[in-house]
Write a protein that binds this ligand. Structure first.
Ligand SMILES: Cc1cc2nc3c(=O)[nH]c(=O)nc-3n(C[C@H](O)[C@H](O)[C@H](O)COP(=O)(O)OP(=O)(O)OC[C@H]3O[C@@H](n4cnc5c(N)ncnc54)[C@H](O)[C@@H]3O)c2cc1C
Length: 385
């Protein structure tokens, strides 16, 4: 894998993040899962290491690497703490990417250096109570009048929202009483009319901040429109395509983390006078886990490579997300089985990976939505009968 997709620079990054994850993230992973505490200190350290702006050019304060590098860092973090990995992933792929891809030079210079240094956290609000898979049904309205926009609506499940300095959100732009379609906008924390609920209490991703955000007659300047308003819908689909590759990396790390714990345990635990991995029932599980993880790895890094080379990636990104997230759910379930009763006990960490895996099949487009995207792409080129 490394030989195909990774440069020397990628390998150095991998080693650096692996060390950081082992020394700084793993020691607190169980604690932040149990308490739901947001790991501010880790975000600060990730900023100092350049992990909060990996794909953005140095001119905007980024590390100047690529999506492959971003996936490497996410995978390494997720191997020990999925909450920490998703905080960085959502910040970069969802909160910062639209600013880099569609922002004006002023917007990029205003936000990206702060986002890349970790001084400011980013969030992305797309989902609404009646607009999840059906994102086109966005109800939030942004009414443009002169140089000011008044926003009313709400976003649910917004990752990082409670700690974000800037939130990118989608709304239907209304001008002169006419609906112009869905566009993306920026809002700074502390803006009048921006309100939030306390964090959601979730099954997993416990230390990741997830909230409902309300826009109550919230006023923002016209220059907070992100990108070309007439292309708003296409823009956020492009954001999600990139996000799917990195959520694939998140799933890959989740599966790998649980697998490594199961593999180690299978050598340490004896039953009937021998290590349990000597039983075919266990060794075949390990073989299947490793094989599916390797397949996920190829899908994820192949999609990242396509994106880094500006090649079409809609189908491949959806395949990577679909396969890697379903693999993560399957591997974490099997990992618990390998540990038997101890797999069910928090001290052994495998149940944390299991709880963290489920949402991978839901966020950034459910498994069903990924199948819709893949099948649409397959059918697209067929002649009509
Ligand atoms: C922890 C967490 C963090 C999240 N973070 C963010 C975030 O930062 N920003 C953000 O905007 N959103 C975020 N989300 C929202 C997430 O992307 C949505 O939950 C997801 O897209 C599904 O939308 P929904 O929950 O409304 O489900 P629904 O769309 O209501 O789907 C319900 C079920 O119906 C199925 N379904 C729907 N339509 C079809 C169809 N056409 N064909 C077949 N099946 C279908 C779905 O697959 C699913 O099984 C987050 C969610 C969670 C749980």
């Amino acid at each position: 894998m490394e030989r195909i997709y990774f440069t020397e620079e990628h390998k150095m990054l991998q080693e650096m993040v692996r060390d950081f994850a082992k020394n700084e993230v793993a020691p607190i992973a169980r604690e932040i899962d149990e308490t739901g505490r947001f790991p501010h200190e880790t975000v600060k350290k990730m900023g100092e290491l350049g992990l909060m702006g990996i794909p953005w050019p140095e001119a905007y304060g980024g590390t100047g690497m690529d999506i492959t590098a971003q996936c490497i860092a996410i995978e390494e973090l997720a191997k020990v703490c999925v909450s920490t990995a998703v905080t960085m992933m959502a910040h970069t792929s969802l909160g910062s990417a639209p600013i880099f891809m569609f922002g004006t030079e002023d917007q990029k210079h205003k936000y990206l250096p702060k986002l890349s240094s970790g001084e400011m956290l980013g969030a992305f609000g797309l989902t609404e109570p009646s607009a999840g898979s059906d994102a086109g049904n966005t109800q939030t309205r942004a009414v443009l009048s002169g140089n000011e926009i008044t926003v009313n609506g709400q976003k649910v499940f917004c990752t990082n929202a409670g700690h974000a300095g800037v939130i990118v959100f989608t709304a239907v732009l209304v001008e002169d009483g006419e609906e112009k379609g869905i566009s993306a906008f920026l809002v700074n924390a502390g803006t009048d009319g921006l309100r939030m609920d306390p964090p959601e209490k979730k099954m997993g991703w416990k230390a990741s901040d997830t909230r409902t955000v309300y826009f109550d007659n919230m006023r923002i300047p016209k220059e907070n429109i992100l990108g070309n308003p007439s292309n708003g819908f296409k823009q956020f689909l492009k954001t999600l395509t990139g996000g799917r590759i990195t959520i694939g990396a998140l799933a890959l790390g989740t599966a790998q983390g649980a697998y490594e714990l199961a593999l180690k345990y299978s050598a340490e635990r004896s039953a009937f006078g021998k290590p349990i991995h000597k039983f075919q029932g266990i060794s075949f599980k390990l073989a299947d886990m490793a094989t599916r993880i390797q397949a996920s790895r190829h899908l994820v890094y192949h999609a990242a490579w396509l994106k880094d080379h500006n090649l079409p990636v809609i189908k491949e990104a959806a395949m990577a997300k679909l396969f890697a997230s379903e693999t993560a759910m399957w591997v974490t379930t099997e990992a618990i089985q390998v540990l038997g009763g101890y797999g069910y006990i928090k001290e052994y960490d495998v149940e944390r990976f299991f709880r963290d895996a489920k949402v991978l099949e839901i966020g950034e487009g459910t498994s069903e939505v990924q199948r819709i995207i893949i099948s649409r792409e397959l059918i697209k080129g067929l002649p009509a009968i």
